[in-house]
Design a binder for this molecule. Structure first.
Ligand code: COA
Length: 176
């Protein structure tokens, strides 16, 4: 399996010109059980979605249970290879199951080091936002996610049962 790091990957906010490649990325996750975009499906009003993400970034007009958060694309050249969500606060549910950071890499771009590159970038950002450490969780059966978190300094705290899915979740902290 590749262990290369990708200097050329950047993590950035979604822009209006991203819609075709963003829609393509969403379609690549269809049926996978992983939600690439929260609250948007291809065909929805993209400009409205961008405004919602901007509100979430600024912590305004949040829905119950939502916290200020950044929705970021992992981009290489013009290609969206993945996405990462950085939540800037934890609710009780996030502290138990969701964590600060979630990420996914498009199937056709996997095993090239992009998940590690995205997570490393996001740790710099989290530090800039003043977080002293971040929580990440993953299914105990998700070896790729475990290895990504461990490679970026994750320390396993414990395992908990996700009552919604019945999955066993591993909870990791990364000190910043
Ligand atoms: C998990 C996921 C993000 C990994 O993305 P990726 O870009 O392929 O990961 P990387 O290439 O950066 O590799 C990261 C580590 O995982 C390992 N890995 C990658 N794919 C793997 C696989 N299928 N099985 C086992 N290990 C794997 C790599 O070897 C590397 O570990 P190492 O540094 O110890 O060698 C990707 O598989 C994915 O999007 N899965 C679906 C969504 C998901 O599960 N998200 C995580 C939720 S917390």
């Amino acid at each position: 399996m590749s262990n290369r790091s990708h200097e050329k990957l950047t993590l950035r906010c979604l822009e209006s010109s991203d819609q075709p490649t963003f829609d393509d990325a969403i379609r690549q996750f269809t049926g996978s059980g992983f939600s690439f975009a929260f609250g948007y499906t291809p065909g929805d009003d993209f400009a409205k979605y961008l405004r919602t993400l901007d509100d979430q970034r600024r912590g305004i007009n949040l829905l119950p249970g939502q916290v200020p958060s950044l929705f970021l694309l992992g981009v290489v050249g013009d290609t969206v290879v993945g996405r990462l969500s950085l939540r800037l606060e934890l609710t009780e549910a996030l502290r138990n199951i969701g964590g600060h950071i979630g990420f996914g890499v498009c199937p056709k771009h996997r095993e090239k080091g992009y998940a590690k590159a995205m997570l490393r970038e996001s740790l710099h950002l989290a530090r800039q936002f003043g977080l002293p450490r971040v929580l990440l969780t993953c299914d105990s059966t998700n070896a790729a996610s475990q290895r990504t978190i461990l490679a970026c300094g994750g320390r396993l705290e414990n395992m908990v049962l996700d009552a919604t899915t019945g999955a066993e979740k591993e909870r990791y902290w990364i000190d910043l």
